[in-house]
Structure formats: structure tokens, C-alpha cells
Ligand binder design. Sequence first.
Ligand code: ATP
Length: 433
Amino acid sequence: MFIGIDDTDSKMRMCTTYLAAVLVERLQNYGDVVDRPKLIRLNPNIRYKTRGNGAIAIQIHVNKGQESQIEDIVVSTVEEMAEFDDPNTNPGIVFLETGVPIGTGRGKNRRFLTGVPPAIREFSRRVIQDVVTIPEAMELAKKYGKVYSFKNGRGVIGALAAIGATLEKDPTYELIAYRQKWRYSTPRNIDKESVLKADKTTYPLTWDTVDVANDVIVFAPSSPCPVLFGIRGGDINAIQNAFKIIKSEPLERHIIFKTNQGTDAHLMRGNIASAKNERSYILSGTVVKQPYSIQGGHVFFTIAESGHKIDCAAYEPTKGFRDVVRKLCIGDEVVVYGSIKDQTINLEKIEIISLADQFTKRNPICTCGKRMKSAGRHQGYRCKKCGTAADKPEHISIKRYLELGLYEVPPSARRHISKPLVRVSGKKIHPVR
Ligand code: ATP
């Protein structure tokens, strides 16, 4: 049985991952949880999201005859723990059961569910990269499984998408540690030195635990939610090793999720002409407007491709990444990675493909060795010593202090779903940590 759940939390309390951790424990007597529960990050631009637009799915080998008990436990746990009072919380649960008949066929045409159907996998891809509607999620979920929706039922979108994300290609993991309940609104007690040591020992098999350049711990939220911290990585042993090194307040529990974090699953290769708001892209272009800063330290520039232009932004929280962006010049060829909002791409990464030659003008040197003087507006240059004239100035090449390759925002500005450059192979990379 596949169980997908989403949209149970509010900004102030709860977290769908915590509900999943409790649920996994409660389901233990009714079957064997297969693999790790999944934590799937969906389109990071969705306006309804509470924080990181995450949804969860659990796969369980059900003990014979205990299907309905499992359903009861899942539904009652959501009813008990979801933040129904929050106007933006619209829980959704989807159950998919293998071996159960699907569709309307009878006799020889009778079909049974054998695994996650391709239509749900494709739906999941769209929920991670695009924007979908509640009715289409309901229709698809009901076609193959059973749906429980609460309030406007928007959570069914994420619940179905979490089931559909099969993570066959590039799974990553996150160990999430949860606080004891009475501590929820108190400051988190985590020993910074031990976190730095854990990062140093296990990076790059773990990532985004600390932002070394900006001297901040980034693996612990600041909200009054159940999460104490989350260790992300591509290797479970390294994550567990980091976990052993970290000293903190006592935990209520911890769990390891299999995730699509750190994979860039949200990015689509596209072109400027067809790029849409609320989606995330990889776009090629040539710089046509020099970078400039506005109040607050945000940096903007414009790229163009086949006559279409788009503004690119490196906002203040991207810190040192803006220093790379500020060095761009008109004519540089780049590939930009990020999400589009208000027709502007919010940069997560940039690849510098080629640098345009940059020149500065100087008065020319005369054949006699002396530097010429201007002979007046639009009248070229003349040597004061020997009287020789010249029409054009001397062009001097300016050294560009910018290396080609891929650059990224620092961990403190990185989205859960964004792939850290240390995970990218086959390209010249400039990772930051
Ligand atoms: P947390 O990170 O604390 O779990 P959250 O950031 O995941 O919270 P939710 O409370 O789950 O946010 O709200 C996001 C809502 O948006 C869910 O109802 C989900 O089903 C819906 N949603 C997610 N992705 C899409 C999408 N691509 N198109 C339409 N709706 C979406």
C-alpha cells in the first residue's frame, strides 16, 4: 500500500514530516514499512506553501487483512495532528493498494494495480515543475486509489505527487530530529562546534548543514515547529555519522527520509520566450544589460536569446554570489538557473560560458614615442611634440577577473530542492559552503 499525505501544517506549529514520523511508528504493528518514507519537495514557487512545499509518502507491506486498520490509523492521525484551524491548511490523503481492481473492466478485461501507474509518475513530475489543479489531482487519485480530503482538499495534490515520485534515479536522504514537545517555543539548544565538526567530517556526503562563508548554521529552522534539525546528504552512513557527532538538547525522536532534495528536480530546460512565472528553468542567453544594484543590495542584469529578453536577479540573501554577478559584462554568454516571478528569474546558479572581450580607450602613442593629446571634439588626436595626427584611440584589453564555470548561491540561500554544486559532475564548478 502506498500512502501519500500533504498539507497538514501551519507556519506556527506542526510539520507534515513529524506526522509521518509518528505514523511510521503507529503503523509498525500492521505491516512492514518498505524502504524509507519519502519526503518530496514540490514546485518551490507555489503560493499556498507553508515553508518548503514538502509532501510525504509511505509504502507498507500490509499484514493480511489489516488494510482497513491502516486506513483508520492514517486518517485518525491526520485528524488528530493536522492544523485544521489554519485557513491555509487543507489536508489530503491518498491510498493506493496493489492487487486491487482498477477501472471498470470486467471478466478478462479486469485490471489490477501492480505499482505506481505511469500517469501518477507523470503527474508527480508536473507537481514538482509546474502548477496543477485540485480537480485533476482528485480525478487521478480516485481513478487508481482512495482519497480523503479535508476542507478544500488541496493537500491531495501533494499527497498523490509524493506517491508518484519514485526516486529511482537520484535519491538523497534527510535525517530529521524532532524536539520534545515542551521545548517547541524555546530557543534550540544545539552545540555549534559539534555541528561544524560534523560538517567537516562528512561534507560533501552531507551538505547544507552549515554556511561556512557566512558563519551560520543552516540545518535548524527558527520557527516554533517540532523540527530540531535536519541532516541532508547522499549517503546514509555519512548522515548517521554526522548525527552521532552533533551534540544537542534531548530528542523526542528522529527518522531518515528518502528525498528529491538536492537534485534540481524543479528545473526545466527552456527558452526565454516560453518561460512562465511560478516555474523554474535553465535558460541560456547573452548579457545585454550590465549588472546594477538597487537599495537593499539586490543585483539585477538582463540576458537575451533569439530577440527575447529576461531580467535576472541575485537578491541580497545570496550574499557573495552577487560578487560573481556584478562582474558580468554585456556580451558574456551565460546559462541561468532559477525560478521566475514577475517575469524575473531569481538566480539559484549561473554558468559562465564565455566572457566578452572588454576594452578601455586611451589616447594613442605617437611614432615618436610620446602619448598624443586630443585635438578637440571629433577631431582625433595630435602629437604635441612632432605634430603627427591619428583618428582613432588605442584600445586596451581589460583583464576579466571571472573564471568560466558554474557558480551557486550559498547554503543559507539555497532551496531544499536545489542541487549543491558539489553534486554536479562533468562541469567546471565553484562550490560554496
Ligand atoms: P511544510 O514544508 O511545513 O510541510 P509546505 O511548505 O509543504 O509545508 P503545504 O502546507 O503542504 O506547504 O502547502 C502547499 C500546498 O500546495 C499543498 O496543498 C499542495 O498540495 C499544494 N501544491 C504543491 N505543489 C503544487 C503544484 N505544483 N500545483 C498546485 N498545488 C500544489
